[in-house]
Write a protein that binds this ligand. Structure first.
Ligand SMILES: Cc1ncc(COP(=O)(O)O)c(C=O)c1O
Length: 503
């Protein structure tokens, strides 16, 4: 099926570079194939009016900085005007958003189905009466979880805990691991009186010396325990006391993968050997590694991928050593890799023991196997433990994903993006390299020649109307919403070509 020209506008004519595969299906498949937006009312293309950041963002930045630290602010957004894949800033610049609030908008801006759910009279009391879910859940809470999150649980995961954000999902999932391990050791789920007394004064045996193993380049959040396992940016960690948790190397592959098979296999072996070594070292020190914590794709650290074999072997190592395997799907979960959970790509013999989520899932939380369910109340707990309003929205998101076949949309758009960027990499090898994310939906990244080049690519793309993100030392990452369609991919590629030509 040839799609032909897509649209005309100020920036000229864009041509679909790649064709949709024959397998394209879905209720709205025909409209999508014709380049119709899934979200009605979306602009046809970006429109940049000012230098970004523009004068109104600068004025608002001045005002905000007087009352709140805001060095990380990029632009102030006009959320009334932003729609679908397009973010509109307070200066009226219309950007195709391929970063979507650090990968956390499943359906882009102001999706009509979410607006209906949020404004329905039926839901309004859930939105305004935020409960302390661990103590006072609403009458419909169990059914809501059964209808929304539970069908997404990895096979063998019988327990779900909701939380507010990514870091607190990890923080609490780590606690579930310590509690699981200690219960196994003592042969009972109930702590002894001596353990309870010593825990009150931060002493053993009540407080344990257990270690969790993390990886170089990882990011798990900015609260204390996730930060101890985070090794991507020094500025996140400096000045903060930490836990003595070991760090193993994460595979750093050479790209293209197909040209570097033997070398990358060796890289897997090197990293896995070090994991096993650390486990033995810590066991000998009397500080067992009770859990291994890993992202399926290291995102903040630079979009570093591990092979399926790497993850399979890693799981085997955790099993051999009696440790839990926690997969942090905070950034990868909810469909951007073309499967609902990224770990599903790995063909693991069994599910990881714990899976944490947030971002595109709208609520944070974790799924775990039955053994990791904590026996006493208030141990894994906080005041809100999530928010039923977010679960109402998530239910709607899941309906739309299914109705509009958005995982398939992500696979198709991702394929166009990946092939297009590889082609650009071949044409501009001195500017970009290491395109990665093949068969991982739109979860795609490439490197600039160096950090300065990467930063310039992102800034110039923004000025041409496309918002991208940076990660790691020199990577540009794409994190569009699940409604990012083939015609959006072609706009992105078109602007990227223009930017690369200017180097
Ligand atoms: C893999 C991963 N884990 C945890 C977090 C922390 O999530 P939050 O920022 O919601 O605390 C992030 C955030 O980017 C992440 O990418």
């Amino acid at each position: 099926m040839i799609l032909g020209q897509l649209s005309r506008g100020g920036a000229g004519v864009r041509v679909q570079r790649y064709l949709l595969p024959g397998s394209w299906q879905g209720v709205r498949g025909a409209a999508v194939a014709a380049g119709e937006p899934l979200v009605a009312g979306e602009p046809r293309e970006p429109a940049v009016k000012t230098q970004i950041p523009g004068p109104e963002t600068k004025r608002q930045y001045e005002a905000l900085s007087k009352i709140s630290p805001c060095q990380s602010v990029s632009v102030f957004v006009d959320y009334d005007k932003s729609i679908g894949n397009y973010q509109v800033d307070v200066d009226g610049n219309v950007l195709l958003d391929a970063f979507t609030q650090i990968s956390s908008l499943p359906l882009g801006y102001s999706h009509p189905d979410l607006i209906s759910a949020a404004t329905s009279q039926q839901n309004v009391r859930t939105f305004i009466n935020r409960p302390s879910l661990g103590v006072f859940p609403g009458a419909d809470w169990t059914q809501r979880l059964k209808d929304s999150l539970m069908p997404l649980a990895p096979p063998g995961h019988t327990s779900l805990t909701t939380m507010a954000c990514g870091a607190c999902s990890n923080e609490n999932a780590f606690k579930a691991i310590y509690i699981w391990y200690r219960s196994k050791e003592r042969g009972s789920k109930d702590p002894t009186p001596e353990e309870l007394q010593s825990a009150m004064v931060n002493q053993k045996p009540g407080c344990t010396d257990y270690a969790l193993l993390g990886f170089n380049g990882s990011f798990h959040g900015r609260t204390m325990a996730p930060l101890a396992l985070t090794h991507s940016k020094a500025i996140h960690k400096v000045d903060i006391p930490t836990l003595d948790f070991p760090m193993a190397p994460f595979p750093m592959y050479k790209y293209p993968l197909e040209d570097n098979v033997a070398e990358n296999e060796k890289e897997d072996e090197r990293c896995l050997a070090r994991v096993e070594e650390i486990m033995h070292e810590y066991k000998n020190k009397g500080r067992p590694v009770v859990g291994v914590v890993i992202e399926p794709i290291q995102a903040e650290g630079g979009d570093n991928h591990g092979s399926n074999e790497f993850f399979q072997q890693l799981q085997a190592i955790t099993k051999r050593n009696g440790a839990a395997l926690l997969i942090d799907e905070v950034q990868t979960g909810g469909g951007p890799t073309g499967k609902f959970w990224c770990y599903e790509h790995f063909n693991l013999p069994e599910s990881p023991d714990i899976l944490t989520f947030s971002k595109k899932m709208l609520t944070g939380g974790f799924f775990c196997k039955e053994d990791f369910r904590v026996a006493q109340g208030y141990r894994i707990f906080n005041t809100w433990m999530g928010d039923p309003g977010k679960v109402i929205l998530l239910q709607e998101v899941l309906n739309v994903i299914k109705r509009d076949n958005l995982l398939q949309n992500t696979v198709v758009s991702g394929d166009i993006l990946y092939k297009g960027i590889r082609e650009l990499e071949n044409r501009f090898p001195n500017v970009i390299n290491s395109t990665r994310g093949k068969d991982r939906g739109t979860f795609i990244a490439f490197n600039g020649k160096d950090a300065a080049t990467r930063d310039a690519i992102i800034a110039n793309m923004k000025q041409k109307g496309v918002q991208l993100g940076g990660c790691g030392d020199a990577a540009v990452r794409l994190r569009p919403a699940l409604i990012f369609q083939p015609h959006h991919a072609n706009i992105l590629l078109d602007r990227l070509e223009q930017v690369l030509k200017e180097f």
